[in-house]
Design a protein around this ligand. Sequence first.
Ligand code: 2RA
Length: 342
Amino acid sequence: MGYRVVVAGATGNVGREMLNILAEREFPIDEIAVVASSRSTGDEIEYGETGRMLKVKNIEHFDPAGWDMALFAIGSEATKIHAPRFAAAGCTVIDNSSLYRMDPDVPLIVPEVNADAIDGFRAKNIIANPNCSTAQMVVALKPLHDRARIKRVVVSTYQSVSGAGKAGMDELFEQSRNIFVGDPAEPSKFTKQIAFNVIPHIDTFLDDGFTKEEWKMVVETKKILDPKVKVVATCVRVPVFVGHSEAINIEFEEELSAEEAQSILREAPGIMLVDKREDGGYVTPVECVGEFATYVSRVRDDPTVDNGLVLWCVSDNLRKGAALNAVQIAELLGRRHLKKAA
Ligand code: 2RA
């Protein structure tokens, strides 16, 4: 016996990946509904690569009563309207937007890091999925934090355009083509040309000069991993279609050599260590597309601080950074709280 599951926003980048991953991981489903805004109503979408076509329903008219859980990938504005409605009807919402992440009554979960925190979900019947750049970083930090207590993290991100949705991917494609043929390459989704360029700006600016993406990395890491960990981030958009990369400098309370960190990471859940210290002996974003793992490479001692390490971390932002983590939360929720008789 399986679950009755709704995927909201099924026609977007993340929603499609949610369907793919539910199918790939053979999530126990009795019935699945795909819902989206009225724009997509009536469209057909495949359930993974099963050949089974699902008709998109209008979320406005969808009655969530009797459905076990809903994976939301519809953005904060629509989430504000529909998440409380679904949750009140008894359908647990696993939300990919930023709306509830810092709500003290909503657990913010990365299963490899803070699975136990899910037990608080009943306060609102909503569970939040972290931002993509935070998710992969905390998976890499957790086993090192458990061993040597992290004091401070300095992270620079190299984030793919798929983090900005399909429009971001289209803009990189169109601009690249236009530049090749000599046509104008005006920015629209991004603030500057993204093709053959990098843009040190993701999400809106805050009063202190940081961007909201950078702020999210700070506050979400504290909520998921440890409020005592200090984080400072610089988030940069790069002309890569899928896969976020991060250069992470870590200061620990205790001594931890690069060699021991490699051994710890080799065994850590969700991590694939690829660190050969030779040409090509590291992972780049194109190699992580479609994968479940968070890849770690280039682990080395930082000689400029006491107890410091530097590493490189890459993951499929649509998967561990969004859809995979949401499905892992659904699996955890099922195992711990919504058990179905076999
Ligand atoms: C980005 N963090 O990459 C966003 C997506 N959640 O723009």
